[in-house]
Design a protein around this ligand. Sequence first.
Ligand code: CAA
Length: 316
Amino acid sequence: MQTHRRTTLCDVTGPDATPKASIVMVSDPSSILGGTAMNALDSTSGQRSTAMAGQKLSGKVALVTGGTRGIGAAICRSLASQGASVAAGYSGNRDRAEQFLKELEEDFAGQGRASIHQGNVSHPEDCRRVVQEVLGEHGRIDILVNNAGITMDKMAMKMSVEEWNTVLAVNLSGSFFMAQPALEHMVERGTGRIIFVSSVIGETGNIGQANYAASKAGLLGLTKTLAKEAAFILARAGRLVDNGVGITVNTVTPGFVATEMLENVPEKVLDKIRSQIPVGRLCRPEEIARVVHFLAADASAYITGQVWGVNGGLDM
Ligand code: CAA
């Protein structure tokens, strides 16, 4: 994979560009993935998947915000494993982003190109700049994955205005600010895929997460609205064709995923959470990524405005 080391995208900072929380792959996800017993699936967690899995995204360009760590990194790798060129966004940790790019280059050599882009998704001007950079480097954007997100957990009655505003600004407004310029480009071309990474918390709520739950629930309404608008605009332009790729907008709602985001959750709370998950363990980032690359494929053209839960049955 050829790499382009331009610095510029997007992700997990507050409006002042200071990292407010981390969304990073833990070095040993197995330590928080399950209970005491590891099952067969657990034993594969944390490994870098390097194999090409198929060619269904060959020639496509994907932009993934918060793409150098945690769920975002797994999504980038999954898209690359299907032949896509990948532009990964990050906010503050340039060294980690450079390292991620190097690994992607090594693991998917000859499979398209990769680039990293620094920016703050809560700044609309950063989002427009990053979209332009990706277009400049890769020539097109077929797939936008809005994954960047943060938590600032606090009981609602103790939550400050800043904690409320910052989480909404990154998780919800940031996703809109990225989707807007990407959608303009996709409408021009008549094809595209936008996938939001929301959370089961947006559907169920959670103690200590009023800001996060509201931001993730907001993504569900945003998804359905953009899905309707994209189809409407294509239809009005006479560009909705049978067997066409079209433009689809969908959301994935992960459950509790083994990333560094869980490191701030008190152990007794994490135990309670685990006990509520019917399949009995936390989710692996790769299990979110496989749904994303499924939705990103041309053949998923009939799926739009939908919410895909990947939560081990937590919302039943
Ligand atoms: N479910 C059940 N009980 C919970 C709970 C939860 N999600 N969160 C807190 N509680 C319980 C605690 O166990 C505790 O109960 P006891 O008094 O019986 O021991 C009680 O609520 C008060 O909790 P704390 O003592 O921790 O109170 P605090 O004021 O010090 O902290 C808190 C409150 C900030 C909410 C803290 O409990 C916390 O960080 N909770 C975790 C929040 C969480 O689940 N975050 C998810 C992060 S991962 C993510 O967001 C990604 C995603 O999409 C899923």
